[in-house]
Design a protein around this ligand. Structure first.
Ligand code: NAP
Length: 281
């Protein structure tokens, strides 16, 4: 039997920890498969999808900037991906060449936080209203619809779009960026879904005043490079529990393994491989 090929389409792509994590996972599980980073310019996305079908590639992850554009180019989309309005996981049917699309950020995010807190907090303050935030709000709508979400962004149109897309599923209070410290102080769970604090700009935090954090909160940064962002250090300094972004990456990878191969993920092996990648870069 020939080697199975999987990969990730993005632009740029060399920052992704997924190739290191998935390669280590295949090796650990004894699966004869490769996971390849494919740099794909936005203008070449459609051609790249024809390419993966033609080459017999069995599945790919999709990352920035393709997560939304890919929706129009696939034959089947899961309900979760439709609700999120974004896709990050594709599977090719070897017989028909049809592509199915799913969103593993949604359940990946939920598992990353659910496994660290029981019960799940009531008030959730979410910083950012981009693709990552859409996955998180979809996860809240599906798995914790009792949550009261304080959604903080600098763009009013984005805030209104979230309300119209998700307002039927859960309570979303739009909060303008300048008011973020109060919204953070009021929350049981705080999540950063902006790129503020990501390497190489890792000296900054989306929150200037660490006194907005308090003991009893769970604070998650979905950035995973650096692992310990400034935001997480601030939160821990005030007694909050800090959760790094690598957990979300690992759990979305676990969903991909199941979607492509129906195999159970070795979470610890995946996290260790991803940690080594982050530490080595
Ligand atoms: P995105 O779609 O570009 O959204 C980013 C959001 O942050 C937007 O709402 C954006 O607002 C806001 N933002 C950016 N800079 C800002 C600033 N200086 N002040 C206030 N708001 C700002 O990006 P994304 O895909 O959601 O990714 C966000 C971060 O999450 C990235 O670091 C990414 O690597 C990480 N991520 C991690 C995982 C994981 O598995 N751990 C998964 C997905 C994403 P504007 O639209 O106004 O610019």
């Amino acid at each position: 039997m020939s080697t199975k090929v999987f990969g990730i389409l993005g632009w740029p792509i060399k920052q992704s920890a997924s190739p290191a994590m998935m390669t280590a996972t295949f090796r650990y599980l004894g699966i004869d498969a490769a996971y390849v980073p494919f740099p794909v310019q936005p203008s070449r996305l459609e051609a790249a999808l024809r390419g993966i079908v033609a080459l017999g590639i069995q599945g790919v992850n999709v990352t920035i900037p393709h997560k939304q554009n890919v929706l129009a180019l696939v034959q089947e989309t899961s309900d979760v991906a439709k609700l999120a309005g974004a896709v990050n996981l594709l599977r090719v049917d070897a017989t028909t060449g049809e592509i199915s699309a799913h969103n593993s950020d949604v359940i990946g995010w939920w598992k990353s936080i659910e496994s660290h807190m029981t019960p799940f907090g009531q008030t959730v303050t979410l910083l950012g209203a981009g693709g990552g935030a859409r996955g998180i709000v979809t996860g809240l709508a599906l798995y914790a619809p009792q949550s009261k979400v304080k959604l903080v962004a600098r763009n009013i149109d984005q805030l209104h779009k979230f309300q119209s897309d998700f307002g039927n599923y859960l309570s979303i209070e739009p909060i303008i960026w300048d008011k973020r410290h109060d919204a953070v102080h009021a929350a049981d769970v705080v999540i950063n879904a902006t790129p503020i604090g990501m390497w190489p700009n890792d000296k900054v935090s989306p929150l200037e005043d660490p006194n907005c954090f308090r003991a009893g909160q769970v604070v998650q940064d979905i950035i995973y490079r650096p692992l310990r962002t400034r935001l997480l250090s601030q939160a821990e300094s005030r007694g909050a529990v800090a959760l790094d972004g690598l957990w979300m990456l690992v759990y979305q990878g676990a969903v991909a393994l199941d979607y492509w191969l129906g195999v159970e993920a070795p979470i610890d092996v995946m996290r260790q491989a991803a940690l080594e990648f982050v530490g080595a870069n």
